[in-house]
Design a protein around this ligand. Structure first.
Ligand code: FAD
Length: 598
């Protein structure tokens, strides 16, 4: 054989066999043994000193906060503060069966799913556990779509973005064994024209695909908490049951700079943690927690803060604004014979909407926020195939977040999303309902009819369901709107934070979580959040300019910051609180409870 022919054969072999397809590289290896080494970093906040100093403080041990703290710990001392517990306390967060159980756990103030009702009247939930909402999510994992990269307002270097995704995926992402119901869903989507068939891919591209999963094939959940296993043993400290109450700023009113935070432990004692040198406070408390903390700390609309008698540290008109939630509509088939329960493994992705599905067995306790009405418990008495239709957006309708307490971070703020206030969102939903009609007419779904009737007829559909008359679809969208749990905004990029995710007008303060998004990335946002928390590689000092162009937030930190990790003596950079000492407008009383100066 000629040399050139051999080379050509080798090249073809490389391209089609060895070279990984885009979006697919090595995923997490199957393992019999779970790695809980992150536990060695974790302390109950009650066991931590009342005063400490670190290079970086990350507020919120969630989907973005965990990888961020791990990444920073490679070079800096890091304190990660999480208000919730560790996952091992709640077995339901560790298994695929637990997805539904979590929704049923009564919220006692410490359980992993915190319940809330938006002012729109829609039941919703947010994560309250180390690992954050990734530990209670549906487990579907998909990278952002190309439009998101172009329009996010975040500086992104795609090479580093991809490396960061891979860092996450090597540890916690699996290719699912597609169940029988999910195969039917895939066939139905393709038959209904949600094409092409993209096979298995982690990318969010138009068509139908098998998504990545945070569940291994033994049904065990992995999440952002496992990314802490890679933390630097000497540099990372994780505090649980630590509720951050507010950010402390330097006393220079004209040029505010974050200096640290105050957090409360479960005994109600206040702890102060400050940053040293050129370190930073980074908020990763989620789309509700981060704007709440900025407002509580005096960063927000001036007249609003003044009306609450919160001293204004920095007027910022957009904190708590542009709160968005992707509307969800449900179409639920009650089939003639049982379907094996499965989590969402398939995604149909179009420019207007996404369609995913789960299946399950009858349940009789209220699964909070699966259905929108918080007061009427809805249960399902038979096996079901549950289509969840997400209006993709970018969501045009938006609302705002308002504090319910002007001093207590434990009191959840009020949020309003104004679902379907803008016509464009409604037309995306109507278009999705049209596709659902096509889907229900497919041969793939015929065996799930209870009667052999043509077209849409013959299904036993859970009520309320698709109207008989297509012209009623808009009312159906409005009347039954639920949350798809991908709410975002409140510290929007381009409004509250700049492209490097720094809070504009304040030094040493960034936000890295879903609150910075102007639109929800891809079919599912958690991949993008974990990617943002990761830096690919510490740039060499001489390439600091290059670092400012990279996308991963931890790469954006100022690498001139003192990397000193030695246990230096603690010197607070602000006056230590005594009975009436002032920490930028906030007085602290002797019992440590902050009270607002009036
Ligand atoms: C039920 C449900 C299912 C979902 N399913 C999927 C899915 O299948 N795939 C997908 O990609 N996305 C899914 N999502 C969305 C996704 O999980 C979230 O968008 C994402 O996890 C949010 O990440 P985050 O880092 O912004 O916030 P979080 O992960 O919520 O992290 C914020 C953390 O900060 C902590 N915190 C808040 N305030 C304070 C404070 N004051 N002090 C200390 N700690 C604080 C919280 O306890 C929390 O742990 C789902 C969401 C929900 C609710």
């Amino acid at each position: 054989m000629k040399k050139s022919t051999t080379a050509a054969i080798l090249l073809v072999f490389y391209i089609f066999v060895l070279c990984p397809q885009p979006g697919i590289h090595s995923l997490a290896p199957p393992s019999d043994v779970r790695d809980f080494s992150y536990l060695k970093f974790v302390r109950n906040a009650t066991d931590l000193p009342l005063q400490e100093e670190y290079d970086y403080i990350v507020v919120g041990g969630g989907t973005a906060g965990c990888p961020l703290a791990t990444t920073l710990s490679a070079n800096y001392s890091v304190l990660l503060l999480e208000r919730g517990d560790i996952p091992t306390t709640y077995p339901s967060v560790s298994t695929v069966e637990g997805i539904l159980e979590n929704f049923m756990l009564e919220d006692d103030g410490t359980t992993p799913l915190q319940r809330f009702v938006s002012e729109d009247g829609v039941a919703n939930v947010r994560g309250r556990i180390l690992g954050g909402t990734s530990m209670v999510s549906g487990g579907a994992y998909s990278r952002a779509d190309s439009e998101f990269y172009k329009k996010s307002g975040i500086k992104l270097d795609m090479n580093l973005v991809n490396k960061s995704y891979e860092w996450v995926e090597d540890t916690i992402v699996f290719r699912p064994n597609v169940s029988q119901w999910q195969s039917v869903v895939k066939d139905a989507l393709l038959e209904a024209g949600v094409r092409p068939d993209n096979g298995f891919t982690l990318d969010s591209v138009e068509g139908t695909k098998i998504s990545g999963a945070l569940f291994d094939n033994l049904g065990r959940r992995y999440g952002a908490v496992e990314l802490l296993n890679k933390g630097h043993p000497k540099n990372l400290r994780v505090a649980i049951h630590a509720t951050v109450e507010r950010i402390i700023f330097s006393s220079k009113a004209s040029d505010p700079s974050a200096k640290g935070i105050i957090y409360n432990d479960s005994n109600g004692r206040s702890h102060w943690a400050s940053i040293r040198g050129k370190g930073e406070v980074i908020l990763s408390a989620g789309a509700i927690g981060s704007p709440q903390l900025l407002l509580l700390s005096g960063v927000g609309p001036k007249s609003y803060l003044t009306s609450l008698k919160i001293p204004v540290v920095h007027p910022q008109p957009y904190v708590g604004k542009f709160m968005r939630d992707n509307p969800r509509s449900n179409i639920i088939i009650l089939p003639p014979s049982p379907i094996v329960p499965t989590y969402s493994q398939i995604a149909g992705f179009t420019s207007d909407f996404d369609i995913e599905s789960i299946s399950g067995t009858p349940y009789s306790s209220q699964a909070y926020s699966i259905f929108p009405n918080p007061t009427i418990p809805v249960t399902i008495n038979s096996s079901f195939g549950f289509f969840m239709v997400k209006v993709r957006g970018p969501i045009l309708s938006h609302g705002s977040l308002k504090l319910q307490s002007s001093y207590d971070a434990k009191v959840a703020p009020n949020v309003k999303f104004n679902y379907f206030a803008k016509e464009g969102d409604l037309s995306q939903c109507v278009s999705a309902m049209g596709k659902m009609r096509d889907l229900l007419k497919t041969n793939a779904l015929k065996p799930f009819k209870t009667r052999d009737l043509p077209g849409l007829e013959g299904f036993n559909l859970f009520k309320p369901s698709l109207p008989m008359n297509q012209s009623d679809d808009a009312s159906f969208c409005r009347d039954t709107v639920a949350t798809h749990w991908h709410y975002h905004g409140g510290c929007s990029a381009g409004k509250v934070v700049d492209g490097d995710l720094r809070v504009t007008g304040i030094k040493a303060l960034r936000v890295v979580d879903g609150s910075i998004f102007n639109s929800s990335p891809g079919t599912n946002p958690q991949a993008t959040l974990m990617m943002l928390g990761r830096k690919a590689k510490k740039p060499k000092r001489k390439s600091i300019a290059a670092a400012s162009a990279v996308g991963m937030v931890a790469s954006l930190v100022d690498f001139n910051a003192s990397p000193s990790l030695s246990s230096q003596s603690f010197e607070p950079p602000f006056p230590w609180p005594t009975e009436k000492s002032i920490a930028y407008g906030f007085f602290l009383s002797v019992n440590g409870k902050p009270s607002v100066s009036r």
